[in-house]
Design a protein around this ligand. Sequence first.
Ligand code: DGY
Length: 424
Amino acid sequence: MAEHARQILEGNWLGHATRPSSLLYPHQWSWDSAFTAIGYAHQDQDRAETELRSLFSGQWKNGLLPHIVFVDGGGPYFPGPEVWATEHSPNAPRRPLTSGIVQPPVHATAVWQVYRLARDRPRARRFLHDMLPKLDAWHAYLHRERTRIGSALVEIWHPWESGMDNSPLWDPVLARIQPRDGTAPEHLRTDLRVANPAERPTAAEYDRYLHLVALFRAHAYDDERIRAATPFAVRDVLFNSALVQADHDLTAIARELGKPSTKYEDWARATTQAVEDELWQDGSYADVDVVTGEVLDASTWSRFSPLFAGIPAGDRAEHVLDQLTDAMVEVEGLGPAVPSLSRKDPSFDPALYWRGPVWMNVNWFIYHGLRRYGRHDAAASLRTTMIELARKAGFSEHYHPSTGHGHGGAEFSWSAALVLDLLG
Ligand code: DGY
């Protein structure tokens, strides 16, 4: 199993970074690289460090860590660097070329894991020392530029920033956007040629994705201008929960190096409190649309993600754990798993990306959340299902929640890396 996972990562290795999947995602993606490093950490310290160092080589002067770092000769991808046109921003690096938006901040969590598992301790300490200022700038960017007066919660400005591109959470927000400025004609969409179009976002969604990119480009990636103009601004449960955990991990990194950590502890505390005060709505965690103030209440897995960061306590934690148990599905012959969207949701589709399939990273977040709350038996069952799913169906991007069949991109790096992590 571990050997097969290693082969997948080897096949996706580009010499300095790991692509998520050879045809569908042929460059370096931000949270994918963090998950990949979490897997490498068990096997290969050099690879794990190189993966994260190369991702941060694309970091912007204002601290933004872009969701894609383009790799020369990486392969066709839409929207490519010419669409992002990040040369409009004074903050973007000239090389490597990058996108101009972000993804969930799991990087401090990855760096801390790479450090903890490393065999060559002096080298690991140098790595930690080099990464601290980069992580500091990344988190400072989020807490500074992605918040508004009156809330400590950070905002996402694009469905791609959530990592859960076509989640039904975004449907009401996208429905308000009338795409004018940028669209995604089907002939440009490389994803439709290399994956099953029935498993990819629709034309209507892609037009809105590209409309938002055009807006950011027109505003020269200036955060203040985008904050004022974007029709897509969401306080997302997963993004904020991942940030709380990453702020905790950044605290641990700073303490390990004997550096001040108060700022990171304060960030974690303030965001935790804001998740509790602002994202707990009618007995469940839910995203909030900043533009309208509406609650986005699709029953996605991400309402359980605060468990990963240890956010809920007492009765609330028990309540979320009960909801989680209810949301689990049984993958035929394998065991329980958490689907990306509840079967009961009207948008549920078992093969459509973030609208139903089982994902490895989702179940990895939940596995750690369950352990954190002492639910070791439930965590062990999830772990078994994930490992058996990979044994049965390979390292797919996502899996059918009943049959366990693989869907989406094949030979998907984070599926392999997170199985390596689960194997320990
Ligand atoms: C894609 O291309 O589908 C990515 O998820 C967007 O970054």
